[in-house]
Design a protein around this ligand. Structure first.
Ligand code: ADP
Ligand code: F6P
Length: 324
């Protein structure tokens, strides 16, 4: 008798990220090549709990690699944080014959995957977030597109800021993490870079910096502020009052999360997606995929979630040194 086909389910969860579609495509096509059945689950864990799923074939992922967002849709799902929600989700996976669930998202989504793994579902996490804040990996799918989108926007704000000899506070995404702010701060040559992990709330230092730069003939002053610090509009009002220099706030917002993925996000999405399908086929259980020291690798999901990471100190020091 022919052996029953194994089934891999794919869902995207948490904030969407450019390159998630490449990852979906990578998992789907490689799993099919490995002889697996593939099920797409819509709207993250919410869709799983509502059994919103469909059979995928290789054509289900045609013409998606260049598209931003996620064709599966995503959602935040509070029920998944509860024991009942997790039990129901595991029961639904079993009822639909899903042996392995591939979760593309950030570390919150990984916690949902861990909960399922503890209830006997093989869970595999793929790092999909623009924030770069997953500890076990040097790279997360979506980060490259987001920083390039933000960088181009910041260049544009800088043009008008220089013309009007204004100070600009530009807020970039990153609820708890300053990686987008750090990268854009360095890449855009910002005068001040405020990271949630490092900011000491010393506004007087920023004011002194602006006044000093103006004395030396600088026509603009760009402050990159991370979303985790926020309050850019009130900060602009206070800085304008203290310096006498017109100061405007620009909040870049969701534009950073959308758009066609860069080559790097398509590449890593594809390779990590295929890798997820391959480790599932090799019988590995409860893993998360990561990019470490130039290689795609995998870690135990529980160990991965216990890891920590922080802003690289040298990069932070350089961001300050070059802005002076
Ligand atoms: P991200 O995955 O980008 O970090 P969130 O933190 O919003 O985004 O998490 C996405 C979803 O993952 C949540 O809406 C919830 O369904 C699930 N999730 C988050 N944290 C947990 C947790 N501790 N236990 C179970 N599921 C969780
Ligand atoms: O996906 C990460 C992220 O974009 C964070 O940078 C941001 O704080 C958060 O998601 C915003 O999420 P929401 O879509 O719930 O507003």
């Amino acid at each position: 008798m022919a052996e029953k086909k194994k089934t891999i389910g794919i869902l995207t969860s948490g904030g969407d990220a450019p390159g998630m579609n490449a990852a979906i495509r990578g998992v789907c096509r490689k799993a099919l090549l490995n002889g697996w059945r593939v099920v797409g689950i819509q709207r993250g864990y919410s869709g799983l709990l509502n059994e919103e799923m469909f059979e995928m074939d290789k054509h289900s992922v045609s013409d998606i690699i260049e598209r931003g967002g996620t064709i599966l849709g995503t959602a935040r799902c509070p029920e998944m944080r509860t024991e009942e929600g997790q039990k129901q989700a595991a029961d639904i996976c079993n009822a639909h014959g899903i042996d392995t669930l591939c979760v593309i998202g950030g570390d919150g989504s990984y916690r949902g995957a861990l909960a399922l793994s503890r209830r006997g579902i093989n869970a595999i996490g793929l790092p999909g977030t623009i924030d770069l804040d997953i500890a076990c990996t040097d790279y997360t799918i979506g980060f490259d597109t987001a920083i390039n989108t933000a960088m181009e926007a910041i260049d544009k704000v800088r043009d008008t800021s220089s013309s009007h000899e204004r100070c600009s506070i530009i807020e970039v995404m990153g609820r708890n993490a300053g990686y987008i702010a750090l990268w854009c701060g360095i890449a855009n040559g910002a005068e001040d870079i405020l990271l949630p992990e490092k900011y000491d709330y010393d506004e007087q230092r920023i004011v002194d910096n602006i006044i000093n730069n103006r004395k030396h003939g600088k026509r603009h002053h760009i402050i990159i502020n991370a979303e985790g610090i926020g309050h850019s509009t009130s900060m602009a009002r206070r800085i304008e009052a203290a310096t006498g220099i017109e100061t405007r706030a620009t909040i870049l917002g969701y534009m950073q999360r959308g758009g066609s993925p860069t080559c790097k996000d398509r590449f890593y999405g594809s390779v990590m997606g295929a890798y997820a399908a391959d480790i599932a086929a090799a019988g590995k259980k409860n893993r998360v995929i990561a990019f470490k020291h130039g290689e795609v690798v995998d870690f135990d999901i529980e160990e991965a979630l216990a890891m920590t990471k922080s802003i690289p100190e040298y990069q932070y020091q350089i961001s300050i040194a070059l802005s002076r």
